[in-house]
Every structure is written in structure tokens, then in C-alpha cells.
Design a protein around this ligand. Structure first.
Ligand SMILES: NC(=O)c1ccc[n+]([C@@H]2O[C@H](COP(=O)([O-])OP(=O)(O)OC[C@H]3O[C@@H](n4cnc5c(N)ncnc54)[C@H](OP(=O)(O)O)[C@@H]3O)[C@@H](O)[C@H]2O)c1
Length: 518
């Protein structure tokens, strides 16, 4: 890249660490005929290949039950790529060069003979790194993880003490409560070391989420303010404009708490609030994230009643688009108490954050889709401008916009020009697109590359998953057997139930509404 401004020195590469050259490897995708493979995985590998980021030599083997040939699988993937690629049109020449590396292995996940076929395909690549270095991507149901891991172990494909490397990538959901997450983790680590297991939360692949660490720990002016002395409270909002739509069946089992809070929101919270890690090594970063999650104050049933708000949408309209109520959605029980919205106040019992409320909220059928973190600073003493400016004098706030219109803005007071002493909040705004141009790799591209490189920083460790489930389980226990009350329903297209506003008003706070992208 040309540095247009010679006074500005760029720091290139990974955050603080040089990536080692990638070794040749084979990627085995279990669930190769599924939605995830077509929509996310193959487009991500294609773009990595196009951008010359794949290892110098690689193969992708797709494993699934349906009958297919190499040619028919490639043709299906090509059609999907035309639909889902982030760059269009798909480059034919690049696709053909990429597709030569793809082959299909038909079989059932429970059938030993199918793994012999897989082994034979891998062995046909020779005895070198394409046979030894294997990334197993489990794009199948979590209930099938145990079978796959056992079979690849018995076939000699997964070796704890191998000369090459073998890694297993798994997708959420990582269980549906602590006990099931525990059981799943036990199955995964029966034949593999924890270091070989890469748990994906695609939120961590987003540039803006990764930028939280850079922002916090490379800017001294903010780091000094990042504690209870200066911060009044923190708000994390992940709002979704869509309702549950066709996913009613899934949502009845999940709900907003399991679907969004257990993973994405607690991940963002831990990055925002954790202590500086001793290095950017995976274990150092993950140690700090776990420490933070463990310092969230435990919630008794009485705390849940006071600090956690559920919500469920009834019929309304979002931006003029009429939406049915949740209980009228397909595959949803007419008297369902499943939450489509959750808001909470969490307290972190450590030196830095003692007494600072962290408010989290997420919901469906809200007015717009946006994710942001707002750091609300304490106000100044109300002595100098109170008479002239009254309530117009704002406390400073820093907003990290994770999506859309990714960027950061700082709100402070400016004097309104003129002969009187009027004030108005104004913003300093940094926008990713304006500053760096549109750079929009999919989160999966970054994550797949890290998995191939063996860097687990952006993946979730076993104890992180389990600690997050502990928090979520205590909330669910508090809700057990309690029906939703009137104050917990909200009309589709509004910012959630009244109870969520009450939660903040207890301490004189109000929710900050994310801005619609212009
Ligand atoms: N789709 C997403 O965007 C997304 C996002 C986050 C997480 N996930 C998770 O990723 C996993 C896969 O999701 P998906 O949406 O791709 O599911 P999907 O479309 O239902 O695909 C499932 C895949 O598993 C294969 N499969 C199922 N049983 C099998 C068996 N006995 N033997 C061999 N292959 C078998 C299917 O192959 P056949 O149909 O050929 O039998 C198919 O390729 C799930 O755990 C999901 O929760 C998905």
C-alpha cells in the first residue's frame, strides 16, 4: 500500500504479530451439501484464494450423505457462489483454478466405511502435508459432533500427537445450557486436545469487533478513562429489524437469551471490559476474557426479577412493513413465553468496574438493525453552565458502532455560536468506510484463515463457553415457570417493552437509540 501521508507511519500485518507462512493442508467439510457450506464457507475460501491468502497448496473435501460427483458438487457450489459472493460477478478464471481443489466424498457420518473412503482420498494426496495437516469443519448438527470425532480418531485421521496438525472447527450452538455444553465439550476433547478445537463465533471475525482491542489498548487517552472513575454506565445494543420469520421452530427452543446473549453479546462485553492481556497470544487474550466473565456478579432469582427483562413482540409494523405477533408466527405455540427481546443490567465485581452498570439488550422486530457499544461517561459538576444551559449540557459519550456504518463517535458539548452562552452536544465521528475505503471481507474469511494458521485468539475456549452458560442458566432459572407480564410485550417496530425502560430509569438512565444508516 502507498502511504499517501509520509508523516503517518503505518503498522502493517496482524495485531502485533507476524503471520507465519501457511502450510499446505486439506480442509474436510462435514455437511458439504448444507446451507452453511454454500452460503458462507465456500464463498469465504473462494475469496481467500482470490486474494492469494490460501496456503500454497490445499484441497477441500466435502463430506455429506447425498449422492454427488466432484463435478456436480462444484456446479452446485458455483451456482451458490453466484448468489452469495460478496464480489460480483464471480471471476470465472479464479473459480476454475479454485474448483480444481474441490472433491466430494459421499457417506453417512455414522458409517465407518465412509471414513475409510475419506482416508483413501486423503492418502491419494501423498504422504506429505496435504495428508497430515487437516482442518475438519463440522458444519453439521452438534448432536453429530461426537460421532464424527470418534470416527476420524478411529480412522487415524485425528491424532493428538501427530507430526502435522489436525484441527476441528465447530459452529454454535455450543449446547443449550451448561450441562449440555459440558457434555459436548467432553465429546470433542475425548480424542482431541482442547488446543485442537476451534469454536466459531462469527462476531469475533468482524473487523469492528477486533478493533475494540486496538482502540482500547493503543490509545492512551481512552484507556485512562476506561474505569469506574470516569464511566457512568455502558450500553451494548444488538437490534434486529427482522422477526423470527420461518425460524419459529428453532426460536421456540432458543429465544433471544440463548441465541444472542450467551455468545455474541457476552463476547463483546468481555472485549470491552477485560483487563489488558499480557500479550496478544490466544491464551493470554482468552484468559482475560474468562476472568471478566467470571467477575460478573452471580444472579439469584430475586436479582433476575430486578435486573433482567424479557420481551415478546406482538403484531405491529417495522418501517411500514406489517409484522405478525410472535405467537402467530409459524411453528410457535399460541401461548409461548419465549423471549424475542432481552435487556439486562449486569454488574462486574472487579476493581475497574465496581458499581458501573453494564446494560445489554437485543431483540427482534425492532425499528432497525444495528450493533453498538456506548460508553457513557460521568457528567461534569453542575456548577458553571447550569443556569444558562440547564439540561442541554450532556455527559460525554463514546459510541463504537459495530454495524452498520462501522465507526466510532465521541459526543461532547459545543458552544452554540452567538452572544449567549448556549450549548449543544456535537460529535466527532470516525467512519471506517470514509477513512479506509470499503473493506468488507466476510467474518468467515478471517476466521477460516486463522484456523488454518492455528491462531485461536478469535475462537472461544471451553471455559469461556461454560462460564457464559452459567450466567445464562441463572437467568433462565429465574424465569422458570413465570409467564410474561403486560409490561414485557412490545409492538413490532418499537424499541422493546416498557419494562426495559423501567430497568434503566431506576438509576436515571435511558437507552441510547442507534442511528439509522443514511
Ligand atoms: N447456516 C448457517 O448460516 C449457520 C450459522 C451458524 C451456525 N450454523 C450451524 O452449522 C451447522 C450446519 O448448519 P446448516 O445450516 O448448514 O445445516 P443444513 O443445511 O441442514 O446442512 C446439514 C448438513 O449435514 C449433513 N448431514 C446431516 N446428517 C448427516 C449424516 N448422517 N451423514 C452425513 N451428512 C449428514 C447434510 O448432508 P445431506 O443433506 O446430504 O444428508 C448437510 O450437508 C448446524 O449446527 C448449524 O446450527 C449454521
Amino acid at each position: 500500500m502507498i502511504n499517501a501521508n509520509p508523516e503517518v507511519e503505518f503498522c502493517h500485518g496482524d495485531i502485533g504479530s507476524e503471520r507465519k507462512p501457511l502450510m499446505p493442508c486439506t480442509i474436510v467439510i462435514f455437511g458439504a451439501s448444507g446451507d452453511l457450506t454454500a452460503r458462507k464457507l465456500i464463498p469465504a475460501f473462494y475469496h481467500l484464494f482470490k486474494d492469494k491468502q490460501m496456503p500454497p497448496s490445499f484441497r477441500v473435501i466435502g463430506f455429506a450423505r447425498r449422492e454427488k460427483t466432484d463435478a456436480s458438487w462444484r456446479a452446485e457450489l458455483r451456482a451458490a457462489l453466484d448468489q452469495f459472493s460478496r464480489t460480483k460477478p464471480v471471476d470465472d478464471k479464479v473459480w476454475h483454478a479454485f474448483a480444481e481443489n474441490l472433491s466430494y466424498c459421499q457417506g453417512d457420518l455414522t458409517d465407518e466405511a465412509a471414513y475409510q473412503k475419506l482416508e483413501a482420498q486423503l492418502t491419494s494426496f501423498g504422504s506429505g502435508p496435504l495428508r497430515e495437516n487437516i482442518l475438519f469443519y463440522l458444519a453439521v448438527s452438534p448432536s453429530q459432533f461426537g460421532d464424527v470425532v470418534e470416527q476420524i480418531h478411529h480412522t487415524g485421521l485425528l491424532n493428538k500427537e501427530s507430526t502435522g496438525w489436525q484441527r476441528i472447527v465447530v459452529e454454535k450452538p455450543f449446547g443449550h445450557d451448561l450441562a449440555s455444553a459440558h457434555a459436548l465439550n467432553r465429546e470433542l476433547t475425548r480424542y482431541a486436545h482442547e488446543q485442537q478445537v476451534f469454536r466459531i463465533d462469527h462476531y469475533l471475525g468482524k473487523e469492528t469487533v477486533q478493533n475494540i482491542l486496538m482502540f482500547r489498548f493503543s490509545n492512551s487517552i481512552f484507556e485512562k478513562l476506561w474505569n469506574r472513575n470516569s464511566v457512568d454506565h455502558v450500553q451494548i445494543t444488538v437490534s434486529e429489524k427482522l422477526g423470527v420469520g420461518e425460524r419459529g421452530g428453532y426460536y421456540e427452543e432458543a429465544g433471544a437469551l440463548r441465541d444472542m446473549v450467551q455468545n455474541h453479546m457476552l463476547q463483546v462485553l468481555s472485549l470491552i471490559a477485560m483487563e489488558p492481556p499480557v500479550s496478544l497470544e490466544a491464551e493470554a487474550v482468552r484468559d482475560e476474557k474468562v476472568k471478566l466473565l467470571k467477575s460478573i456478579r452471580a444472579l439469584s432469582a430475586a436479582d433476575v426479577a430486578k435486573q433482567i427483562v424479557r420481551g415478546q413482540y406482538f403484531a405491529g409494523n417495522v418501517g411500514g412493513d406489517p409484522r405478525p405477533g410472535y405467537r402467530q408466527e409459524t411453528k410457535v405455540k399460541p401461548d409461548s413465553n419465549v423471549e424475542t427481546y432481552v435487556a439486562m443490567k449486569l454488574l462486574i465485581d472487579n476493581w475497574r468496574w465496581s458499581g458501573v452498570p453494564f446494560y445489554l439488550r437485543t431483540g427482534k422486530n425492532l425499528p432497525l438493525s444495528a450493533s453498538e457499544v456506548r460508553i457513557q461517561f460521568r457528567p461534569t459538576p453542575n456548577v458553571l453552565f447550569a443556569a444558562q444551559c440547564g439540561n442541554n449540557l450532556d455527559a460525554n459519550a463514546l459510541t463504537l458502532r459495530l454495524q452498520p456504518d462501522e465507526g466510532i463517535s465521541l459526543r461532547f458539548n459545543g458552544k452554540i455560536p452567538g452572544t449567549t452562552l448556549g450549548a449543544r452536544p456535537v460529535r466527532m465521528n470516525f467512519s471506517y468506510n470514509t477513512e479506509f475505503g470499503a473493506y468488507t471481507p466476510e467474518a468467515y474469511e478471517r476466521l477460516l484463515l486463522e484456523a488454518i494458521a492455528g491462531d485461536a485468539t478469535l475462537f472461544i475456549r471451553r471455559d469461556e463457553v461454560e462460564t457464559a452458560w452459567q450466567i445464562v442458566d441463572s437467568i433462565r432459572a429465574g424465569w422458570e415457570g413465570k409467564a410474561l407480564t403486560n409490561r414485557e410485550f412490545y409492538a413490532a417496530g418499537t424499541w422493546g417493552p416498557i419494562a426495559a425502560d423501567d430497568l434503566l430509569s431506576q438509576l436515571g438512565h435511558t437507552w441510547h437509540e442507534p442511528q439509522a444508516i443514511k
